[in-house]
Design a binder for this molecule. Structure first.
Ligand SMILES: [Zn+2]
Length: 115
């Protein structure tokens, strides 16, 4: 595992619902700045008209993006090592989510997905 490189700055942004945003985060490796979205954009149909609305991201989703972007300070390109490193960082947060089968009576570790 590479030595943990910490970011110099972490910024947040609210996506513009009228623009296409392909990612929920970004990591600029040269100036070690991580940018994280606080919302995602969803489409909903109201009276046959499609509206684009902002939906707040869950803390879990923001931290997953943060772990992913932080992993790019160790591995710039996407790949097996970067994904594994991102998962390792994510797991250190010790997050759990309600079990979908028992509706929150039991808890399972949160999943990391490389996106
Ligand atoms: Zn990435």
């Amino acid at each position: 595992m590479p030595t943990m490189v910490m970011p110099k700055a972490i910024r947040s942004f609210v996506p513009n619902p009228n623009k296409e945003h392909r990612t929920l985060g970004n990591c600029c490796v040269t100036d070690r700045t991580i940018t994280l979205a606080t919302h995602s954009v969803m489409e909903r149909t109201v009276r046959d008209r499609v509206e684009r609305v902002l939906v707040p991201l869950k803390k879990l989703e923001i931290l997953q993006t943060f772990a992913h972007e932080l992993s790019h300070l160790g591995y710039e390109e996407h790949g097996y090592e970067q994904e594994w490193y991102g998962r390792t960082i994510f797991n250190t947060f010790g997050l759990t989510e309600p079990c979908p089968h028992c509706h929150g009576k039991g808890r399972i570790p949160a999943r990391y997905e490389n996106t």
